[in-house]
Design a protein around this ligand. Structure first.
Ligand SMILES: *Cc1c(COP(=O)(O)O)cnc(C)c1O
Length: 401
């Protein structure tokens, strides 16, 4: 099998043809600086504002509530640090988040702790969900911000954001959500769901890398992160990456239109993959089966290493991912899988397959043809698997006696 199957869409996605086509003229023809006053500049400014409007419509926001950033990480940093620095002067120095956020949120919170802020890291339950009542119980008089991701990038679970939004509103606390994995995959309406700040990123939804946006509710005060020129109404300096901004707006518009129909198809592939893969002995699905992103399949196989599984899949042309952070030079399993209570040895054998609308039923057939064989092959060489088998035999013998 030499055909490439790209099944790592939660890591990044290819730029779609229509997005690329919409972008190209902004490199060669409409290259004006939106801040320039002559017609080429005004043209660029017009395209910039049209892009802002398209994105606002998809989120249920107003165009002047959308600020472009260099991606999801910057939007997360800006929202959290911006609110923290703004509200510090009012004696509010407490932030509530969860243990399984993206590092763009977790490491931002850790940086704020080093500056004297107080952070509560909520537990995530075995189903991969944060409990709204636990958010409420953690709110204190000095709480400035709650930041909970909309959908988790590893296990795909969709958090009860509207419920958390209602609680935050009741207590007068701001709510930020990292919606990088959710935008375009889950219906989002910032007003109905009481979301004050929301981060999104282009490259997870078929727009380029290096572009993202922060939604911030009108009138909300929070500090700037990037100081300089007057771009983005003086809130985020730097000449706008107009081609990418146009690409982002087209990608979001495409993702929001026909979402239901597309999700039904992707979800069908997801559920077939899950159902068949779980026939492999000692395998498990991570996170709730229903409250999960349409394309996310997160599994653990006992007795093997996720990395070896990935390497063998890669040799057969399948791009997937594992939760563990071996790329960062540590052998620790993913903080997400540990946060939902998996023991280290099980969390090591994780596999994430993330589908998009570019995947086909044939991709699922091929993955399902490979997976059991690869798992068996790895288990045959695994001392850990040998131990598991011996243990099982022991308990069976004891039961028989
Ligand atoms: C990818 C991702 C980010 C980071 O976005 P970039 O645009 O790559 O900086 C943040 N949060 C989540 C949940 C993500 O999946």
């Amino acid at each position: 099998m030499n055909r490439l199957i790209y099944a790592d869409n939660a890591a990044t996605t290819p730029v779609s043809k229509t997005v690329l086509e919409a972008m190209l003229p902004f490199y060669t023809e409409h290259y004006g600086n939106p801040s320039s006053l002559y017609s080429k500049g005004r043209e660029a400014k017009k395209a910039l504002e049209e892009a802002r409007e398209k994105i606002a419509i998809c989120l249920g926001a107003q165009p002047n509530e959308i600020f472009f950033t260099s991606g999801g990480s910057e939007a997360d940093n800006w929202a959290i640090k911006g609110v923290a620095y703004e509200l510090r002067n009012k004696g509010k120095k407490h932030i509530i988040t969860s243990k399984f956020e993206h590092h763009a949120v977790l490491h931002t919170c850790a940086a704020l702790e080093r500056e004297g802020f107080d952070v509560t890291y909520l537990d995530v339950h075995e189903d991969g969900l944060v409990r709204p009542e636990e958010v409420e119980a953690a709110i204190r008089p000095d709480t400035a911000l709650v930041t909970i991701m909309y959908a988790n990038n590893e296990i795909g679970t969709i958090q009860p954001i509207p419920e958390i939004g209602a609680i935050c509103q009741k207590h007068g606390v701001l709510l930020h959500t990292d919606a990088v994995q959710a935008v375009g995959n889950v219906p989002i309406h910032v007003k109905d769901q009481n979301i004050d700040l929301l981060s999104l990123s282009g490259h997870k939804l078929h727009a380029p890398k290096g572009i993202g946006a922060l939604y911030s509710r009108r009138g909300l005060r929070f500090s700037n992160l990037i100081d300089g020129g007057a771009q983005e109404r003086g809130r985020r300096a730097g000449t706008e990456n107009l081609a990418a901004i146009v690409g982002l707006s087209v990608a979001i518009q495409e993702a929001c239109n026909g979402m239901e129909e597309r999700n039904a198809r992707i979800q069908g592939m997801r559920d077939r993959l899950i159902k068949e893969a779980l026939k492999i002995e000692r395998s498990r699905l991570n996170g709730d089966a229903v409250r999960r992103l349409p394309g996310n399949v997160s599994l653990c196989f006992e007795g093997i290493e996720g990395e070896s599984l990935l390497l063998l899949l890669d040799l057969q042309g399948v791009c997937a991912s594992s939760g563990s952070a071996c790329t960062s030079g540590s052998l620790d399993p993913s903080h997400v899988l540990l946060a939902i209570g998996l023991p280290h040895e099980i969390a090591h054998g994780s596999l994430r397959i993330s589908l998009s609308d570019e995947n086909t039923e044939e991709d699922i057939d091929d993955i399902l043809a490979l997976l059991p064989k690869i798992v068996t092959r790895l288990r045959d060489m695994s001392p850990l698997w040998e131990q598991i088998q011996a243990k099982e035999k022991n308990t069976k013998q004891q039961e028989a006696q």
